[in-house]
Design a binder for this molecule. Structure first.
Ligand SMILES: NC(=O)c1ccc[n+]([C@@H]2O[C@H](COP(=O)([O-])OP(=O)(O)OC[C@H]3O[C@@H](n4cnc5c(N)ncnc54)[C@H](O)[C@@H]3O)[C@@H](O)[C@H]2O)c1
Length: 363
């Protein structure tokens, strides 16, 4: 068992990483709740709710199971959780426990943020993406038809409990998608981590336990440091959006045919291309991303059925567009991300073309 900590003043909480167990013992004494609402989705609930129930003896335990998939990350699923809380008389001293991927973590967190103006919740992430990113840092929310995560709140969990063994049941495509977010940290400020990912790609793909432990703890630490310095994204936390403005637009125009981590991987290639195109970085940067992204069977080219204009339209709706100006996270090299303001749409279109099937010769 490994214990990390996220240290926001007044809101410190543990991130517990275990190879085999849901380590509730670590936080039981800190939960004063009578009632616990286990929230999960239709894939994860049959696998993991029963063992968690056993760990929660002594509490009055209820369950709420939502539909799986990004198309269900909406106010309807959020409302379903609120209805369950209302039906069982949950009050401010009770607690929600999110058991699932990033979608369950985000929706449950938002339900906890909004029920009675804020109740406690615990994250039990079961996908790689949720274990290395979504469960940590307190960004909660749901999608709106107009775009990703447009409705939400900052609300920190009481604890994050990671059981690495849950990855054994995660489909391979979902596992690889999680790596998209891991590569992001390398691009932001962890160039040595890029080398580690590259050198250990086979061990990671084979789900070697030590490699996974290192991967998950390193990513949680990277994220915890950034969130500690900027909880509400007034400054450095914006760097965590590397690859995400492109990524969210790709998810949106494809009607979520791309998994979030896949869209982020492709978004990283686009961010690297744009960085090179604008003269901030050497061409080698894009090649580095493409090679690692391909090694994890992630996409690095956009199919031609989405036009650059469609993608640009979706980007205009992103939360990071300020006063109509495109504000993107770019890189001066591996691990040297920065906020770039006022980027001309013409160059963004060139990048999208260069990262699209059939046009990649332009890169
Ligand atoms: N809040 C944040 O800071 C943050 C950060 C990154 C991503 N996100 C959000 O996370 C979401 C993506 O998360 P995700 O990739 O985990 O997607 P997801 O929640 O859809 O989970 C992936 C799929 O795998 C299934 N699954 C999860 N764990 C499983 C397991 N152990 N065994 C079998 N099946 C399992 C789920 O049912 C789902 O079908 C996006 O909505 C994204 O916006 C949030």
């Amino acid at each position: 068992m490994q214990k990390l900590s996220l240290d926001i003043p007044g809101k410190q909480y543990p991130i517990i990483i275990d190879q085999e167990a849901f380590n509730l013992a670590e936080i039981r004494s800190r939960l004063t709740a009578q009632k616990v609402m286990l929230v999960s989705d239709e894939h994860v609930a049959p696998l993991y709710l029963e063992p968690l129930r056993t760990e929660l003896d002594g509490f009055e335990v209820h369950e709420c199971v939502i539909a799986a998939g990004e198309n269900h990350k909406n106010t309807h699923s959020w409302q379903k959780i609120l209805n369950a809380l209302a039906a069982h008389g949950f009050n401010r001293s009770d607690v929600l426990v999110a058991v699932g991927g990033g979608i369950v973590c985000d929706i449950t967190g938002f339900a906890a943020a909004s029920w009675m103006r804020g109740v406690d919740f615990v994250q039990v992430p079961t996908s790689l993406l949720a274990q290395i990113d979504a469960s940590v840092g307190g960004k909660t929310g749901v999608n709106h038809a107009a775009g990703k995560n447009l409705i939400g709140a900052f609300h920190q969990p009481r604890a994050v409990l990671i059981n690495i063994a849950t990855l054994q049941t995660l489909p391979a495509r979902e596992f690889n998608a999680g790596i998209g977010e891991a590569i992001k940290y390398a691009g932001i400020n962890q160039p040595e981590f890029f080398t580690w990912l590259h050198d250990n790609r086979m061990a990671i793909k084979q789900q070697n336990k030590d490699a996974l432990q290192h991967l998950i703890s390193a990513c949680c630490r990277f994220k915890a440091e950034i969130v500690r310095d900027d909880e509400k994204e007034q400054g450095v936390r914006a760097l965590l959006n590397l690859g995400h403005t492109f990524g969210h637009a790709i998810e949106n125009v494809s009607d979520y045919r791309y998994l979030h981590g896949e869209a982020v991987a492709l978004g990283l290639v686009m961010a690297a291309d744009l960085s090179v195109r604008l003269g901030h970085a050497e061409p080698e940067l894009k090649a580095q991303f493409v090679e690692l992204i391909e090694a994890f069977d992630l996409p690095h080219l956009l199919p031609n059925n989405y036009s650059p204009e469609q993608l640009l339209n979706a980007m205009r709706l992103d939360k990071k567009v300020q006063s109509g100006q495109h504000r993107l996270i770019l890189m001066r090299g591996m691990g040297r991300a920065f906020v770039a303001n006022d980027i001309a749409e013409k160059v963004i279109i060139e990048t999208i073309r260069a990262c699209s099937e059939g046009d990649s010769h332009d890169s």
